[in-house]
Design a protein around this ligand. Sequence first.
Ligand code: BEZ
Length: 223
Amino acid sequence: MDNFNSETIYSLPRIGDRAPQFEATTTQGTIKLEDYKGSWLILFSHPADFTPVCTTEFVAFQSIYPQLRELNTELLGLSVDSLPAHFAWVRNIQEKQNIKIEFPIIADLNKDVATKYGMIHPGESSTETNRAVFVIDNKQMIRAIIYYPLTTGRNMDEILRLVKALQTTDEHKVSTPAGWTPGDKVVVPPPTSQQLAEERVADKDLEVVDWYFAKKELVGTKE
Ligand code: BEZ
């Protein structure tokens, strides 16, 4: 563990916050957060180029990129490595594994974006970004945040599931239960009055566990 000053305040954006704006140097030119308005965005950080777990993650992120794009969702990577390091690493992945990384990667050498998004957790490393994932919606609001430590690679199925769950919530005004995947029943919002609670219990179109907990099928949702 690195030494760090526990008095220092580190910015940690929260779910429901407007995503902090930035303009960054990337492997695909200068990119601003506002360029993504109208699309969903997964902004993710990795500790360092040319490291094994990060390499497995990049291959895995690339493998879900087409599915994410079908969900109107873009990918944007970040580390505090330089642009030449990103170019060399992406080239190496293509040479050794025949995988072309198609999404842009921020070269956040001065840690501007990493600091705004609280991607450096000094108790773990004061020099590298951890494995952060920010799901930013089409209105540029932060909808979900995942932090993983340096030593644990992320699960792409969960990231895809999370985007689908959030978009299902927006489209149908429902919640999604533990382990939900598209096709499973969704949770309907709880009743807001005693009268509605009584009606809820008698609702034959729902799978009612009790007045506060009912599920329903969604027809015609994207898998
Ligand atoms: C890795 O990607 O393998 C890695 C990076 C930083 C710390 C530990 C592992």
